[in-house]
Design a protein around this ligand. Structure first.
Ligand code: CTP
Length: 396
């Protein structure tokens, strides 16, 4: 999703053309105008062009228009036009409307297309604000000279919509991950026992979702194979929903050949009921119930066997220690045994990681040697995993 902020300047009349270029390029666009911007272009225009709700205030109640959701979902935030007042508020770190709050909350790249009268652009206050924003990593487009609103001319025109769209494209496509094909499995499989019951596990899918989100923000093309995930799917991620291990296997096998990076974060049931009952298993007349289980395929093993040259495969290992070895010793052994390029191990004693927003992992190379450790939010852990994978993806 791209957030297009619009401040209150006459150049806002050109912003619909920018929005059109972005939506035609396939982007989902959310427009966040200031109150003043709506004096130049009506809310209805922005809503019609994007098919999305348009709000100006953090107090508007429409679903999904809060600054945190906008900031978190954005791959790029572009402000066009950025007026002198908007630049001043952004430089000061203010959050007095939805747009400035979004700018403050986002970690996505920010692009500003200033537009104002030459005298305002050349004022030392505006120059200082532009310098402050640039020093913080904001990309500031030139404001070319030309005819201004009135009869006079000079610098201060907003960059042309096509040039702004191209700059957005560069920000999206910047960096080595742009266009890389990433395939992630997440969640936990469920194996039906009868029409109402299943054998499942406690995986929430949160770490796999965080990985998908982090890869999409690096501009990778991400496909998520989600096994029973009830969390929201990150913006820009294509999702394929599956239920059982066999469905997960088929979905992964169909997509892995195109993938540069495959991450098997899903918790796969190793066994499934030999013959799920066609009707609900009744309690009456039973002293107990024995289940007959048959093995599921080792999906990771299949992916490793079919790995094409240059493809990198990341496995997960949820381990507990036992009399034979510690959890991490088991994980290192699994890393050597299963043939993945990278194995992300977590210790699950007491069910510690399931459903949590934080994680604590050790990464092992294919030789079983430790390559990194990470702890903190699942998002932060995802960044460390992607960095470790990147070292392998880009060396091939
Ligand atoms: N995995 C898989 N197919 C399975 C089981 C696991 O692809 N049937 C994948 C998981 O997604 C994970 C890795 O293999 O990336 C390790 O999972 P884990 O359950 O720890 O491995 P197992 O080989 O099943 O080992 P264990 O005997 O410890 O359960």
């Amino acid at each position: 999703m791209i957030v297009v902020g619009v401040a209150g300047g006459i150049a806002a009349y050109k912003t619909p053309a920018l929005i059109r270029l972005l939506t035609e390029a396939g982007h989902r666009v959310r427009v966040v105008p200031t109150e003043a911007a709506l004096r130049f272009v009506g809310r209805a225009t922005f809503e019609a062009l994007t098919g999305e709700p348009v709000c100006t205030s953090v107090f508007d109640q429409a679903a999904g228009v809060d600054h945190v959701a906008l900031a978190g979902g954005a791959r790029v935030v572009v402000v066009a036009p950025a007026t002198a007042d908007l630049l001043a508020r952004a430089a000061a770190g203010r959050a007095d409307d939805l747009l400035t709050a979004t700018l403050l909350a986002t970690r996505a790249p920010v692009l500003m297309a200033p537009a104002m009268h030459s005298a305002m652009l050349e004022h030392p206050a505006t120059r200082a604000n532009l310098a402050t924003l640039a020093a913080r990593g904001v990309t500031v487009l030139d404001s070319p000279a030309g005819r201004l609103t009135g009869a006079d001319s000079g610098p201060g025109r907003m960059a042309e919509p096509a040039d702004i769209a191209a700059a957005v494209g560069r920000l999206l496509g910047a960096g080595p991950w742009a266009g890389l094909n990433v395939l992630v499995s997440a969640g936990g499989t469920r194996e039906p026992l009868d029409p109402v019951r299943f054998l499942g596990n406690r995986s929430s899918g949160k770490q796999g979702l965080a990985l998908s989100d982090a890869a999409a923000r690096r501009a990778a093309r991400v496909t998520l194979v989600a096994a029973n995930v009830d969390q929201p799917i990150p913006a820009g991620v294509e999702v394929v929903r599956v239920g059982t291990a066999l469905e997960l296997e088929a979905a992964m096998a169909a997509r892995a050949p195109q993938a540069d990076l495959v991450v098997m974060a899903a918790a796969v049931a190793d066994f499934r009921p030999a013959e799920p009952a066609g009707a609900k298993i009744k309690r009456a007349g039973r002293d107990g119930l024995s289940l007959s289980l048959v093995p599921n395929p080792d999906i990771l093993a299949g992916l490793v066997a079919a790995r094409r040259p240059g493809q990198v495969i990341v496995a997960f290992a949820a381990e507990t220690g036992d009399a034979a070895a510690s959890a991490l010793e088991h994980a290192a052994a699994k890393a050597r045994r299963k043939g993945a390029d990278l194995t992300v191990a977590n210790v699950v004693a007491g069910g510690a990681v399931f459903g949590e927003d934080v994680n604590d992992v050790v990464l092992f190379g294919a030789d079983g040697a430790e390559v990194a450790r990470a702890s903190g939010s699942k998002r932060a852990v995802a960044e460390v995993i992607l960095d470790a994978a990147a070292a392998l993806v880009f060396e091939r």
